[in-house]
Design a protein around this ligand. Structure first.
Ligand SMILES: O=C(O)CCC(=O)C(=O)O
Ligand SMILES: [Fe+2]
Length: 283
């Protein structure tokens, strides 16, 4: 069965709202494929006013792929495959406040996540996304050719490892600090597995350096790329309401959770989908 839906662009560089689907109802494989296609093209797809139980949230994820269990995030009670992205009124730090793409420290980085808003603050708590297609396309042919030959090293140790969890608040949030020891390398420009487009694949949070380059050399080029990638015209700022579901594609986007709602709770449920090894884009 194929359910029809409308894909309405939200931003110039990325993002689309999907209109006409009630995700509490099961949907067919053709619809799942069409949604994955829209995700790969738009980087983030947004569904408003979806009343979902944890079971229905899981069913949407399972229709789209295989669920990945993040070893660092706390989980929803009774649902070990649903991570909780929570900030309480008394807390000051939040999860994901720096630009990043999830799981780039894994050899098969997660495809993306389905983040569902359960309790959002009265104002603030937006998530900003950036298009790594747009960032790549903005570069000169000369730099594109140079990047096509390069790989970068990514790690979780400096973010989720024991030494990195400096505040007691963060120690209470993340688990398994001792398993934050993955290093992986990926091409700096990847061939997106579904859209076939070229996307820049380095990020400020998890990328350590360019393979075979010194830290100093790496920082010079990476900082240029980061500055380019975060140009406002390559971003989309998503304001949440309770019952909004957003799905993002880690291979085509970065994201950042704005921490501007101290004194209020923000509670999101996150299910992450397994990804695959990332191949270099053709030069
Ligand atoms: O809370 C958000 O808006 C996103 C947090 C984040 O980085 C994540 O769940 O991967
Ligand atoms: Fe994230």
């Amino acid at each position: 069965m194929t359910e029809s839906f409308e894909v309405k662009p939200l931003g110039t560089a990325l993002g689309a709202e999907i209109i006409g689907l009630d995700l509490a109802q099961p949907f067919g494989d053709n619809t799942a494929q069409a949604l994955l296609g829209a995700l790969g093209e738009n980087g983030v797809i947004v569904f408003r006013d979806q009343l979902l139980t944890p079971e229905q949230h899981r069913a949407v994820a399972q229709a789209l792929g295989r669920i990945n269990i993040n070893r660092f995030f706390p989980t929803v009670e009774g649902h070990p495959d649903i991570a909780e992205v929570r900030k309480e009124p008394g807390q000051t730090s939040n999860i994901g406040s720096e630009w990043h793409t999830d799981h780039s420290y894994d050899t098969e980085p997660a495809l993306g996540s389905l983040l569902y808003a359960r309790d959002v603050p009265p104002t603030g708590g937006d998530t900003i996304f950036a298009s790594m297609y747009a960032a790549y396309e903005s570069l000169s042919d000369g730099l594109k050719a140079a990047l096509a030959t390069l790989r970068a090293v990514h790690s979780s140790a400096h973010v989720f490892g024991e030494a990195a969890l400096s505040s007691d608040e963060l120690k209470g949030v993340f688990a398994n600090a001792d398993s934050a020891n993955q290093f992986s390398t990926h091409p700096m420009v990847i061939h997106h597995p579904t859209s076939g487009r070229s996307a820049l694949y380095v990020n400020p949070e998890f990328t350590l350096r360019i393979e075979g380059w010194s830290d100093e050399e790496s920082a010079a080029l990476l900082n240029y790329l980061y500055q380019q990638a975060t140009k406002p015209e390559f971003t989309l700022r998503l304001g949440w309401a309770n019952n909004t579901l957003a799905i993002w594609d880690n291979r085509a986007t970065w994201h950042l959770a704005v921490n501007d709602y101290h004194g209020h709770r923000r509670l999101m449920h996150r299910i992450t989908l397994e990804g695959c090894v990332l191949e270099a884009a053709a030069a």
